[in-house]
Every structure is written in C-alpha cells, then in structure tokens.
Design a protein. Structure first.
Lengths: 325, 330
C-alpha cells in the first residue's frame, strides 16, 4: 500500500500497464515533457521514452484518430483529451468511428483503447472547462464509460480499461485530483462494470458518481446522525457496463432510490437508471425515484455560484428526508 | 522511375484492374436503378486510374483507407466482387453481411481498413495505422484516399501536420474530381489546387498529377510508397480526375456544364490506357479477352449476390463489443 493522490494514481496505472505490455502507448497534449496540465502523467516520459509517451499538437481529431488507427492495427493506445469539454471538437472520431466500426464491419475490428479526460466542476473554470459529460458517451452504443471517485479506483479501473478489448472513455474528476487514499502497490485491477457499495443502510439507496460520491457519503453521515435515516451509498463507477445487479439488490431492499449527478438535469445517467428501476423494480419501490442534479444550466464560474448549483450534502439530505417522511 | 520500368505484365494488370472497377461500378449503378441496391451508392466511374494505380503499387499487407466512394479502392486490393455487390445489396454474402452497406466497405484481411463516410475522419485514422506500423517496425504503409472537398475540413489539416511531425509512413491521396457533392471546388476554396497548394504549409512537396493516366499514377504511387517504406515520411498527392456520373444514387450531375463532362469523357482513363497498350504492340484480342473475362466474372458475381439470402436477423444483435455481444449491463 502507498498513500497516493487521485492524480498520482493515473501515472501509477499507466506505468504499471506500460511495464507489462509493450503495445501500450500514450499520446496527448503536454502529457510527456510537461507531465500533463493537471500533473497526472509525470515521470512516464522519463521511464518509457519518447517512442511510447508522445506529446502531440493541439489536434484533438488527430489524437483520437491516431489512437483509433493504432488500436485497429495491434497497439493499445491511451489518449488524453485535456478537458472533456474538448470532446466537442473530436466527437466524430469517438461516436461515429470508434464506437461503430466494429459493428458495421461485422466484427472485423476491435479497438482496445482508452481515452482519458479531465471532467467535471469544482475548479471554478466556468462553462467550457467544467462539464460532466459522461452522458454524452453513455448514450453511444459501443463505448464503455467509467468515472472513478477515489485514487484506488483510478489505478484499478485504469489498469482494467487499458487491458479491456473495447474502447473505454475514462472520466477523471478534476476536483478530486488532490484527494489521497491508500492504494495497493503492484497489480491492482478493479473490473469494469462493478459498482461499489460504500455504506449500507436500510432506508434509502443513494447512487452517486465521481465527485458526487464523497458528497453523498457526507450526506449519509448527516442523515444518520441528525435524522436517524440509514442510507446505502453506491459508487456507480462504471456507467457502461452498468452494474444493475448490485444497484437493484440495494434498491429492492431499501425501496427507495436517490441519484446524485453532477451533470445538468436532462438525460443524465440517473435518468437512465431511474427508468430501469421504474420498469423492473416498480413493485419494490416505496416512493418516487428522486434525482438530485445540477440544474439545467451552463456552469457559472464564481465560487459561490458554482457551489450554489452543484449538488451538495445539504441538497441530498433534503431530498432524502422528504422522501422517507 | 521511367516509362520503361513498368513491365508489360503490370501494364496489363493496370488495365484489368481498371476494367474491373469500371464494370463493377456500372453494374452497381444498374442494380441501384433496379432497386436491388438500396439506400445510397457513390460511384467512382471515371476515377478508376487512381485506385488501380495505387492498388497495383501496394504490398499485400499495406493499409488502404477509403471514403464512401471506395468500391474501386476495395476491389483493387483483391476483395471478391460478389462480396462487394452483396454488401451493396444487403445480402448474406456481403463483405460485412449487410451491417455496413455501400459506404463502409471493409476487409481487414485484404488491408482495406475501412471506408469512411464522415468527411475527413479517416485521414487521422490512417496516420494512426501508419504510426502503429512505424512503432511495430513493420514495413507497412498506409494509403488514404479522399476528395477535393475534404481539403477544407479541419481533420485534413490536423492529419497532415501530425503525419509530418511524426514522420509517418502514410500517403494522402486527394482525388480532385472538381466537385464536392454539387458545388464546384473552386467556388469554395482559397487555392486553385486544393491539396497540392496546401502541401508547402506542411513542408511537403506539392505533387499534382493527371489522375487519369494510370501509369503516371502507378509511378507516383510507387515512389511515394518507397519513400514511406524507407522512413522518409508522408506524401500528399493530388490526382486530377473526374467522375463520369453524379455524386450519388441516381444524381445525373446536371450542375456540370455539358462541354466539361464531354471533355473529361474524351479523356477516359480506360480508353487512354488501351490506346497506349495497342501502341506498345499489345494485340487487340488480348485486351478484348480481358474485357470478356471481367464481364463474365461480374455477371457471375451478380448472380451469386442475387441468389444470396438476406442476412440472418440475429446478426443485428452481435458485435458491439469485442466478446461478440451487445450487453451493456451486468
Ligand atoms: C463532415 C461531413 N460533412 C458533409 C458531408 C456530406 N458529404 C458527403 S460527400 C460530400 C462531398 C465530398 O466531396 P469530396 O471530398 O470532393 O469527395 P467526392 O465525393 O467528390 O469524392 C459531402 C459534402 C459528410 N459526409 N461529412
Ligand atoms: Mg470531389
């Protein structure tokens, strides 16, 4: 075990996989010599050299296109898109090319590639550098989509993503980069498609993702100590594949589901989960499914405004207490 | 490489490849008019010399990346005619069993690494395949075909810069057929030669050739491929050509002046090459025999495709993921 930050876990995972597999290569803007604009990839160039760890121009289509071409011909590329907001300038490669080419060629291709990106709010970067865009990816058949909430999962899930035979979009929550946790040394692989039950309680299931996970945990503590409400908190972690087994088991037991999503309201991952639960677990429910999300607005930059609109423990507590009353 | 170095066998091969392209596309058009090819189809009638010249110059393990107008480029890599026609017709014998259609012909075993229908998308992908070849230390090159209109999309410029700075073994081939879908390229482009005039921006030599001269295409392709194999990096080639028909489907192409169409048809790459062969002493019977062989192969492929059933329904539900499945939950 070693105490690693969420940011250090990124480099630890990439280094671990590059040591064990020569076909793993890494490309992106400022990732090599500079060690990444979020300092997530320091040391990789020094250890693996410029043949495997490559700085690119500001050419997001070229970065992802090159990763795709490399993946279809035997490499396992990891590409970094600096901010997930920049997916808007290269989404064609993700959504039209990588996601569909296996299917439409009757299975002739596989794309063992990972696209990592800094996602989400909390850093006061404003509307074009703070979005939570997991749902863009989730709605495209052919993409696996994960978003870890802690350093151990960053390492374990990034290793799993790099080994995965399918394209994985790996969303790193940028406000979590400084958070620290004990992370297993050496081989530590967390399979994709497994939600984590972080806390168990019989009254309500709170499903959260990425930066919303610590907030949901804080809310659960407060619910227990101040309201006598016992909550199960599930870190969904993986949106595709989605671990409905674990989530459904909990919702069946508690009869109540609250989702906590950083994304704006419409079509967030929680909407899909709510629809699944309504369809398949309706008779187990003891109340409506409630979604706590950012309102349907672009994100403002000022500290107090950003804090105002993002879901926090207080809003989660309020939603849950209303539900269990 | 001088004229003499193209041996007579290759010259005949170039002719045969072009004839195959011509007749296959003509057949695809007929089948479209009979409603046996559904959806859409973009033909390369008139542009055969580019596909044939490159196809003949490539090694079996080189990579081809083409556009929706990619039937010719696929065929010249050795893909079976019935598999191509079957794919256009949505039949089980199709190259991808009807899951891709006319715009996405792909045959990895023949090095055809996809046909791409979003303008420009495949240029960076071809660069990536070339990067992979470079990384793995193979001698493979990637050849990427696209149209004049594609030189105005960002991916073209990103891919060129990227390929140059990484010195990748990729050849970008612009088939300048003078038109996007319906708009003449000169009406929307800052330079006269949409690819060649941009080459210097990427420190590449401008290469502008007559794309209807199949031997010239073959020689130019051979040189660029040899350069790439020797580690000397990418090339950008603009081949001037013309599509005899419209952009797609049954488009009659009426937005083009009659004289322009007539002038280009008078420069038909097949006629020109045939005349050259005869001039070089090949007897007409030899050429006629090739024509007859190609026609009968196409007739046979057409019958095979027509007799092939629609693809089984189950295949709609496979191959989203590498394990062959479509499941998104667990
Ligand atoms: C990004 C994008 N924009 C527009 C289109 C629609 N479109 C299909 S083909 C075409 C013309 C392309 O012209 P060119 O690159 O010259 O190729 P050609 O069809 O002449 O071979 C257009 C605009 C598209 N497929 N993708
Ligand atoms: Mg054109």
């Amino acid at each position: 075990m070693a105490l690693l930050s969420y940011r250090e876990a990124v480099a630890a995972a990439i280094a671990h996989e590059m040591r064990r597999d020569e076909s793993v290569v890494f490309l992106g803007e400022d990732i090599a010599a500079a060690g990444g604009v979020f300092k997530t990839t320091g040391g990789l160039l020094e250890e693996f050299g410029e043949k495997r760890v490559r700085d690119t121009p500001i050419s997001e289509q070229a970065i992802l296109g090159a990763a795709m071409g490399a993946a279809m011909t035997g490499l396992r590329p990891i590409a970094e898109i600096m901010f997930s907001d920049f997916f808007a300038v290269c989404w064609d490669i993700i959504a039209n090319q990588v996601a569909k080419s296996r299917y439409m060629t009757d299975g002739q291709f596989a794309f063992p590639m990972v696209v990592r990106s800094a996602n989400g709010a909390g850093s006061r970067f404003g509307a074009q550098h703070s979005q939570s865009l997991e749902n863009w990816a989730m709605m495209v058949p052919g993409l696996k989509v994960v978003a870890p909430s802690c350093a151990a999962d960053v390492k374990g899930m990034l290793c799993a993503a790099i080994r995965d035979p399918d394209p994985v979009l790996f969303f790193e929550q940028k406000s979590l980069y400084g958070t620290k946790q004990e992370v297993p040394d050496g081989e530590h692989v967390v399979p994709l498609g497994k939600a984590a039950v972080l806390r168990e309680g019989g009254d309500v299931t709170i499903a959260a993702l990425a930066a919303m996970v610590p907030r949901a945990m804080a809310a659960a503590e407060q619910l227990a100590s101040e309201h006598g409400v016992q909550a199960t908190v599930i870190d969904v972690r993986s949106l595709v594949p989605l671990d409905t087994t674990t989530i459904f088991e909990s919702v069946s037991a508690t009869g109540r589901l609250v989702t906590v999503e950083e994304n704006p309201r419409l079509c967030g991952w929680g909407a899909e989960l709510s629809s699944l639960v309504a369809e398949e677990l309706f008779w187990d429910l003891e109340g409506p499914i409630v979604r706590v999300t950012t309102p349907h607005i672009p994100l403002p930059a000022a500290d107090n405004l950003e804090d105002e609109v993002l879901p926090g423990p207080a809003r989660i507590v309020e939603a849950v207490t209303k539900l269990v009353d | 490489m001088t004229d003499q170095q193209i041996n007579s066998e290759t010259r005949l091969r170039l002719y045969r490849l072009m004839r195959e392209c011509r007749e296959l596309e003509q057949r695809a058009y007929d089948l479209f008019m009979q409603n046996l090819v559904k959806g859409t189809s973009h033909l390369g009638l008139g542009q055969e010399a580019v596909a044939a010249g490159f196809g003949a110059a490539m090694n079996a393990d080189d990579y081809t990346f083409c556009t929706y107008r990619g039937h010719n480029h696929t065929l010249v890599r050795g893909v079976a005619m019935d598999a191509i026609l079957g794919e256009l017709m949505g039949r089980e014998c199709g190259l991808m069993r009807g899951k891709g259609g006319s715009m996405h012909l792909t045959s990895v075993e023949h090095g055809v690494m996809g046909s791409y229908a979003i303008i420009g998308a495949h240029l960076p992908v071809a660069a990536g395949a070339a990067w992979s070849a470079q990384y793995r230390g193979t001698q493979q090159v990637a050849v990427c075909f696209f149209g004049d209109g594609t030189t105005n999309i960002g991916a073209f410029h990103e891919a060129l810069n990227f390929a140059v700075i990484w010195n990748l073994p990729v050849i970008f081939v612009c088939e300048n057929n003078k038109y996007m879908e319906y708009t003449p390229i000169e009406a929307v482009t800052a330079v006269a030669n949409p690819a060649a005039d941009r080459a210097s921006a990427y420190s590449l030599d401008p290469i502008l050739i007559d794309g209807n001269d199949v031997e010239l295409v073959y020689r130019t392709a051979s040189e660029a491929i040899a350069r790439a194999r020797a580690g000397k990096g990418p090339s950008l080639i603009e081949a001037q050509t013309y599509r005899h028909g419209g952009h797609s489907r049954a488009d009659p192409g009426k937005y083009r002046p009659d004289e322009e169409v007539a002038a280009w048809k008078a420069r038909d790459p097949l006629d020109a090459h045939r005349a050259k062969l005869v001039e070089a002493g090949v007897d007409e019977e030899t050429i006629d025999l090739i024509d007859a062989q190609v026609m009968s192969a196409i007739d046979e492929a057409t019958e095979t495709a027509k007799a092939s059933p629609p693809p089984p329904r189950e295949i709609a539900y496979i191959d989203v993921w590498a394990d062959g499945g479509v499941e998104w939950r667990c």
